[in-house]
Design a protein. Sequence first.
Length: 308
Amino acid sequence: MHDKEQTQRNGMTEEGQSRPATDGAQAEGTGNVIDIVPRLGAQAALSGAGDLRTYPGPFSETDIVRIAREIKRRKAAEGAKVRVDTLAAQRMTAHLRAIGTNADAVTWLNGFSDASVDLLFTDPPYSTYIEPIEAFVDSWLLSALSKVKDTGSAYIFIGAYPREIAAYLNVLLGQTAFTVQTLVWSYKNTLGPAPSHSYKNNYQMVLFLRGKNAPRLQPANLLEQFSSQEMRAPDGRLKDRFHSWQKPYKIADMFVRHSTTQGDIVIDPFMCTGTFILAAADLGRIGLGCDNDDEVLKTAEERGCIIV
């Protein structure tokens, strides 16, 4: 079972949503924020926030700023849900669909011929849930890379843990079929326990492997080609988070665009809820993946994957 998808990790819990204690002087009013805003001089905080009449008063200026932010957040969440629902509907009628299989990764990979795939794009379980990580990496990594053409590439997300990073690099630096570059995805929109004797990790490593005859990358702009990319982590409050440690659809879309063209084959042997192969299919590629967890595969199907 794909354990990392069933357990919330430290440092990746969602932000609490309890209302902070009120501070500042209370303002007189009828409970209608729109009426008391001019007297508090906080009009700017309400720009684009909409009607706040449902919130009881009286309010301090600090309260109004907080309420305005909450309403903006709710509007963003509503808009995100509409976008997710619209994309899911479009996927159901698309010519190319992401296809997932209930299978063990190693067994599934053995079904591909060598040098038959254009992009390996995956996010395997991290060392916090796999022991020993070295044996796990040995069990699948080189087998997966053997399926990639010499014109192809790979993106592999791994955790920010020294032993895990070493386990992957020890294998990858011993092969010669692909050049290796370490990329970084960072995020600042998650909260969790603050360590007292170390720094808080807010990034994950992405191993980029390029085949000897792979074509040039195809970034939309120079910013996309930076080796460090900061993007918010998927957020349950914005309706775009379907499992723990899910990667942003935006970064999936970006990497697929960079290293493939329409009709190319993209595989993910640890697909979970299907973000990577869905991004591939949405861009006109053939997205294929597997997982051995019935629950996450059900979610992948709800998002638009075909499960076979």
